[in-house]
Write a protein that binds this ligand. Sequence first.
Ligand code: AMP
Length: 123
Amino acid sequence: MTAYDDGNIFAKILRGEIPCDKVYENDHALAFRDINPQTPVHILVIPKGRYVSMDDFSAQASDAEIAGFTRAVGQVARDAGVAATGYRFLANHGQDGRQEVAHFHVHVFGGKNLGRMIKPVDK
Ligand code: AMP
């Protein structure tokens, strides 16, 4: 498993070293708007703990952290007004998942019809 790097940008946000457009926070999670939104609603939800990815979080996080994080994702979607119309949540992991920031995060996309889940690959 990749070691956690405290220099990643989301760690800096959690320490208050750089700002974020915060929309929600609880004991175990922080949610803020993506700086480069791909959809009308594009929010990132991150655990407050030091977890690299879903692989790390799912294996190492406590039940309380997992519960707090999962509740944050649902609350963020309701607060953003997309729970009724629909949304997608997505987490990239590792090289094939094209994860750019090595602190676990879930993207919450919504506010429009999001189309197909994944672009079909050429056969
Ligand atoms: P991923 O490819 O899943 O690691 O996505 C990383 C996401 O973080 C991208 O959608 C970026 O636009 C977003 N991002 C990077 N830096 C910031 C920042 N300072 N504040 C908010 N979002 C950011």
